[in-house]
Design a protein around this ligand. Structure first.
Ligand code: DOR
Ligand code: ZN
Length: 433
């Protein structure tokens, strides 16, 4: 009879239902799921009693910064925050300083991240300057290419060629849908609107998002991924254009009213939309149309975010530590379906990656698990965050639903506020171990 390293007991998400039982782990993999009475022998048992044990959360869109933006976030603080938020894998964006768009910079980034990370991290590369550089980037472990509006809105056939090459190599193409021509036009036509952040949604309207989905379709054809869609209209357009997509937690939990009330801290690209649009987004998730959720964790310094001048305030909201609890809170109030929320950060992203070892609690899958208490109420105290960005639109709000522990390859990475593995425990996603 086989012998297990560890047994975790709790209410386990197994085959679509919560099963009171245990997950048995050996060598970092799940070897048993079932009733404790039927479990093989084990060295150690960790009781989570009536807490929910779900697959380790995966975030396909986060900004962990590092390099010359270390003052905003580095790979240890970013992955501490990820672990505290229940994430066992995050995919990091390339809009860094310098941008991650050459082979050398990708290797430097991996070298910087490797000794610092406590959960697994994957990387996107940014638009390379030529095909030679692209070929070299495709030899790295990067999961794919991330394009920003300025990378494709005015691009020509050489970009189409690059996209074909990326696709042929089985890597992902992720794009940020906002049409720069529309944004530039709005800025020119209404310069007086630019004094404060309250006109952000006016400068970068839904129409810019819809237009970008069409611009990208004509450039690339179908088969790309549109990130952080903000409205139901965008979802319908993305689907019609043959794209997969994700929705960010920001746009599910906050609206333009929050921008008007809280100001710069809620400035994010694409902007928060109206309450009506947000409601339709929640309904779409509940109908099962939204398969992938993302945090778009975007840390900046509080000093930068304290400016009230439109052009000075950087866009982005830090949210790795509040994203999942904020959704659990909505689920607890009946506004969201709990299973769709969980799938959006587990099964959906694993499908996006084409990784059948992740996203589901099942024998032979990686023993990556997140333990949550859907009923615990806690007050968001940004000063206690692990991210360097110690501010949040949820500051001082009570959220019902809390991440209690995060388990990576059978090891407790995070439990009750504490990181419990050394830096470097996390692995670079895609690297051979
Ligand atoms: O709000 C945003 N912040 N949108 C982006 O596209 C970039 C991100 C960042 O890096 O801060
Ligand atoms: Zn982003």
């Amino acid at each position: 009879m086989m012998h297990l390293d560890k047994l975790f007991t709790g209410r386990i998400l197994y085959e679509g239902d919560f099963l009171e039982g245990c997950v048995g782990v050996r060598d970092g993999e799940i070897f048993f799921v079932g009733k404790e009475a039927n479990a093989p022998s084990y060295d150690e048992k960790i009781d989570f009693n009536r807490l929910l044990i779900i697959p380790g959360l995966i975030d396909i869109h986060a900004h962990l910064r590092g390099m010359r933006l270390k003052h905003k976030e580095d790979f240890s603080t970013g992955t501490f925050a990820a672990a505290a938020g229940g994430f066992t894998l995050v995919l990091d964006m390339p809009n860094t300083d310098p941008p991650t768009n050459t082979h050398l910079r990708m290797m430097e980034k991996i070298e910087e991240a490797t000794p610092q990370i406590v959960v697994d991290v994957g990387f996107y590369f940014g638009k390379p300057s030529d095909r030679n550089e692209l070929q070299k980037l495709l030899k790295t472990v990067a999961v794919g290419l991330k394009l920003y509006p300025e990378d494709y809105c005015k691009a020509g056939s050489e970009t189409t060629g690059m996209l074909e090459t990326v696709r042929k190599h089985g890597r992902k193409i992720v794009f940020h849908p906002e049409d720069v021509s529309i944004i530039e036009e709005n800025r020119r036509r209404y310069p007086e609107q630019l004094k404060g952040v309250e006109k952000h949604g006016f400068i970068r309207p839904v129409e810019a998002e819809l237009s970008a989905l069409d611009v990208f379709r004509s450039l690339s054809g179908p088969g790309a991924h549109a990130t952080h869609l903000t409205t139901l209209r965008s979802i319908l357009r993305a689907r019609a254009n043959g794209f997969t997509f994700d929705v960010s937690v920001n746009h599910l939990t906050l609206s333009e009213e929050d921008l008007l009330r809280m100001g710069s801290i809620c400035k994010v690209n694409p902007p928060l939309r109206s309450q009506e649009e947000r409601t339709m987004l929640l309904q779409s998730l509940n109908r099962g149309e939204v398969k992938i959720l993302a945090t778009d964790h975007a840390p900046h310094t509080l000093e930068e975010k304290s400016s009230t001048l439109y052009d000075e305030v950087p866009s982005g909201i830090p949210c790795l530590e509040t994203a999942f609890p904020a959704l659990l809170d909505l689920a607890g109030r009946g506004a969201l379906n709990l299973h769709n929320v969980i799938d959006g950060f587990t099964r959906g992203p694993a499908g996006f990656l084409g990784d059948d070892k992740l996203g589901v609690i099942r024998e032979r899958n990686a023993a990556n698990l997140t333990v949550v208490d859907p009923k615990e109420e806690w007050v968001v105290k940004p000063e206690e965050f692990h991210t360097k960005a110690k501010f949040s639109p949820f500051s001082n709000r009570v959220l019902r639903g809390r991440v209690k522990a995060t388990i990576l390859r059978g090891e407790l990475v995070y439990r009750e506020g504490e990181i419990s593995v050394p830096k470097g425990f996390g692995k670079i996603y895609g690297a051979k171990s």
